[in-house]
Ligand binder design. Structure first.
Ligand SMILES: O=C(O)c1cc(=O)[nH]c(=O)n1[C@@H]1O[C@H](COP(=O)(O)O)[C@@H](O)[C@H]1O
Length: 272
């Protein structure tokens, strides 16, 4: 999916929601465990219930890899099931020496046919650019993460007082363009979002941390907005585990709808 197509979806659906498919066998309704592929059955129901309310899905690969070959099968079926009008993001946080990154890229872009993959920047340029050689695909680079451990490295400063995450942004923004590179910026760091926006005014941000981690959608929009919206806000647990009974898809839809309605108001207020 191109940037223009993504922007068009945001306009039409009045939403910049990404539903996170962090599908956990211990949390899904018991009746699904009797089916042949409970993870896929759960995801299928969630996708059917939310596809008109969101513009992206983000399966977190950890939840699938932990199940071995069966998990990979569930992941592939899930990605194949996501409609073409939604961006598919493999949340894999990969990155390695160049030739290895190429094979990670082949896994997520060729084999799984995802639109985007999350990548860790720690190993530098040659670990990231192999992902960018895939036409029409996206790298989503970790910039300012939502977790407590973000303080360990991302905010450390050099002699000039500049934080590490700012250096990562300045350097990495030259490796790609706003047409094939996005950044992960946590919703739990509202003021940080404004700092990131100053450095990369045009890129899209993938913003996790709304919902279960307590980030505010209003603040994300206040600090992260750009002329093209520039935001994909992810919610995983608060949407997909809204209920663990037979009504789970209905309740997931209600949670997704609350977020979508709040997003629609923001889009209208911004004349988008
Ligand atoms: O890359 C990510 O998506 C990510 C980065 C980050 O800084 N924080 C973060 O929570 N995530 C992911 O976003 C999702 C958040 O899930 P919920 O907290 O349940 O909405 C999980 O899949 C996390 O792995």
């Amino acid at each position: 999916m191109t940037r223009q197509e993504l922007i068009q979806q945001i306009r039409e659906k009045r939403s910049f929601l990404c539903v996170g498919l962090d599908t956990d066998l211990d949390k899904i309704p018991a009746h699904l465990l009797q089916t042949e592929d409970p993870v896929f059955e759960f995801n299928k129901a969630i996708i059917d219930a939310t596809k008109d309310l969101c513009v992206a899905y983000k399966p977190n690969v950890a939840f699938y890899e932990a199940l071995g070959p069966k998990g990979w099968e569930s992941l592939k079926k899930t990605i194949d099931y996501i409609p073409a009008h939604c961006l598919t993001i493999a949340d894999a946080k990969r990155g390695d020496i160049g030739n290895t990154s190429t094979y990670y890229a082949k896994t997520f872009f060729d084999y799984l046919n995802c639109d985007a993959v999350t990548v860790a920047p720690y190993m530098g340029e040659d670990s990231v650019t192999p992902f960018q050689e895939f036409e029409g695909k996206w790298v989503i680079l970790l910039a300012l993460t939502s977790n407590k451990g973000a303080l360990d490295f991302q905010f450390t400063t050099d002699a000039s007082g500049e934080e590490l995450y700012k250096k990562v942004l300045k350097k990495s923004s030259k490796w790609g363009s706003e047409n094939n590179l996005m950044y992960v910026v946590g919703a739990t760091r509202a003021e940080g979002i404004a700092e990131v926006r100053k450095i990369v005014p045009h890129h899209f941000f993938l913003v996790p941390g709304v919902g279960a981690q307590g980030g505010s959608l209003e603040d994300v929009a206040k600090y992260g907005w750009n002329d093209d919206c520039g935001l994909l806000v992810n919610a995983s647990r608060s949407v997909i585990y809204a209920s663990n009974s037979a009504d789970f898809a209905i309740e997931a839809r209600k949670e997704a709808q609350k977020l979508q309605e709040e997003m629609a108001q923001i889009l209208t207020a911004k004349n988008f």
